[in-house]
Write a protein that binds this ligand. Sequence first.
Ligand code: AMP
Length: 506
Amino acid sequence: MCGIVGILGTTPVNQALYDGLTVLQHRGQDAAGIVTIDGNTLRQRKANGLVRDVFEERHMERLIGNVGIGHVRYPTAGSSSVAQAQPFYVNSPFGIALAHNGNLTNARELKEEQFRVARRHINTSSDSEILLNVFAHELDQQTQTLRLEPSHVFAAISKVHEQVKGAYATVAAIIGHGMLAFRDPNGIRPLVLGKRDCETGGTEYMVASESVALNAVGFELIRDIAPGEAVYITEQGELFTEQCAAEPQHQPCIFEYVYFARPDSFIDKVSVYGARAQMGQKLGDKIAREWEDFDIDVVIPIPETSCDIALEIAHNLDLPYRQGFVKNRYIGRTFIMPGQVQREQSVRRKLNAIPSEFAGKNVLLVDDSIVRGTTSEQIIKMAREAGAKKVYFASAAPEIRFPNVYGIDMPSVNELIAYGREVDEICQLIGADGLIYQELSDLESAVRHFNPDLRRFETSVFTGEYVTQDVNQAYLDELNALRNDGAKLNDCSDNSHLGIYNEGQS
Ligand code: AMP
């Protein structure tokens, strides 16, 4: 997962891009980059690290221009090299910089095709660089002169949709012409469009992965960019839009609502906070139904994503809600650290129990999801050490049994605790006195509650069914080899040995 922003303004956009990226930092902490258009020069700064560390004053001063795009990268195996930080750039036609959130599932074929047919060399193993080259090649086919019409851009995007499979929410800046944003025909990753009227007259436009980025810099949300749609805004501020996919089918990734997005964002007209509250309602109903004579004394969230969910469960079951764990904000997320031992230690470094909230009580711990089971196992131990009598566990997401191929770094299938296991077995492994998972149908209706038009979702981590219908065992095996702990531990800064699939988890 990554975060992207793009602004076409009437005044310099560097500060607003920076602020927008800061608000999207939760979507990726591995690397950050900004490209601006300054006359006929593209200015760029990208490096590994958090937004606040990557951009110093001297960099910001050089990021001149009223048009620009930015990216924060999500850390995955194979993506750590700075050469793979985004935006990417090609110098023909025109000069295009592009930033991408998602993952292409036919990257290998596309890369070969680009080399064979278009004679384009892809210099990194990033699928985002492949996407940029496919677009650049198609745009080149449409234009013979320096003129660029919206119809050329839309025809090129239609060709992109015909060839590219997977998830791609994308923003691009075309030097001398304007800004472009497009979303894959399934709309798997989110992308919103906003505007701001400026004091000097005229309208400024912004696109971003999440609506919070618009709010943070004073842009008003216009709408989500539709699956398959392309929005092209000229340097003069004229906005053009077209549906470029033959058969768009909206199937947004449901995990955005469970875990990734900020609660104050709206994605596809759904309040992420509202959806999480609904998840809590539904899970509370299931607990009341299935654990009829439950002896839970208190509901305790595993901070932070699950706090909103746990609070609703507590309300629903008429139980007290207490904060039993304190989170240290100054260490990295545990999930992505290679090696099980580090992962276990990291849970304890990240979270600490408040003994008074556990001593002598039967507690229900709530988390948004269980992936490897590391967090749940460690946290249950901590609750017992803090004096809990019984420890029950509830997951707001159903059992995660399959890898994600659309931009979320789920571990290899054998490392997923729910893979090939039933709930009782998982319960034993994590050491809980009782374990309950959300039903997938309940999770879907929790989100759909706010937008009944969302008929289908991308739910492959729960079902193993991939919406792009091109994911076969060979692809999954390759992904598996890249994502397991062995591969992560062998990772080095030059990732050329890792193939092409991993780094595009953008
Ligand atoms: P695990 O400890 O492997 O079972 O992971 C579960 C924890 O990781 C939960 O607390 C989630 O909030 C969090 N989580 C879920 N999915 C991801 C992800 N793709 N990247 C990072 N953290 C995640």
